[in-house]
Design a protein. Structure first.
Length: 154
């Protein structure tokens, strides 16, 4: 099963993070902030998803790997800007979905699950156009099982 998504996919702490949101929500800006912290770009603007025995994986369309489209700045070659490790030229397994939504953020960011191509993944719902890099990196390090929802923590 395959699908193309308007999204950004990064490799953060060996985990695949899919950033979704409407145009202008800050997907590429969030990617830039994660790249500055050592993440690797898999795909920007268009992510080609594939469902397989190991779960979901994503990749850049041919000829578009290692390129980040920044509103107002243009196209950035991330290897040139951040070094060779800043681009991940192979398919990356998806471990997290981050939705940058227009909804007002909750007191604490909530995580839940989302289904893509019949695969269920943990999801963070975060406010758009903000730097959530530290939170995303933490989630990739500890995994969703270590995170309680606000309701569970009470």
């Amino acid at each position: 099963m395959h699908a193309d998504l308007h999204a950004t996919l990064l490799r953060v702490a060996d985990r695949g993070v899919l950033l979704r949101g409407p145009a202008g929500s800050g997907k590429s800006l969030q990617a830039l902030q994660l790249l500055e912290a050592g993440a690797a770009l898999v795909a920007d603007d268009l992510v080609q998803l594939t469902a397989g025995a190991e779960g979901l994986s994503g990749a850049a369309p041919p000829g578009w790997d290692g390129r980040l489209a920044l509103r107002g700045a243009g196209i950035v070659d991330v290897q040139q800007a951040f070094g060779g490790a800043a681009a991940w030229p192979r398919p990356q397994r998806l471990d997290w979905v981050v939705d940058l939504t227009a909804e007002a953020p909750a007191t604490l960011p909530e995580h839940d699950q989302v289904t893509l191509l019949d695969a269920t993944l943990p999801r963070l719902r975060l406010a758009p156009r903000q730097d959530h890099g530290a939170l995303i990196r933490l989630c990739c390090r500890v995994g969703s099982a270590a995170l309680l929802t606000w309701r569970e923590a009470r």
